[in-house]
Design a protein around this ligand. Sequence first.
Ligand SMILES: [Zn+2]
Length: 170
Amino acid sequence: MARDAPLAAEARWAELLYERSRAALAGGASPFVALLVREGALVAEAANEVRQRCDPTAHAELLAIRRACAALATRDLTGATLLTSCEPCLMCLGAALAARLARICYGLPLARLAELLPSFRPAGAGERPPDVARSMEMARLRRPDFEPLFVAWTRGREVRDPASTGGIEQ
Ligand SMILES: [Zn+2]
């Protein structure tokens, strides 16, 4: 179901997403970033804030959806596209369904992240609720290539935090 290339209109958002992810990594954070686009405009963006907030639900995708809803004073994001540097977890897919997003474009597949970081145990990695296939389009962003950002991050993390075996803060 996933398509290999983003729509032309989404290519520039993919570039912005990459820049935001790269900047987050350069700032010492993880490269998990999400953008919420609707009707050709950027409505919201967010980075992973799990550690800062001590909140395991503070994934970039979920925060971007919350901010977009707040900015537009709606709980219905019909027609909107979520662009995210890594394939969303089940929690974020559930939030995307609740918000009625039309489309999700993601960079790194979760399965690849699990290979880069063997301690990573995402809930339902690689699984998608049946509702996702019925009501939302999922497309992988091939360009830019987000994998090098995650490679750099997982290597840095292993160096900085060698004792950590407790998973990852997506
Ligand atoms: Zn998530």
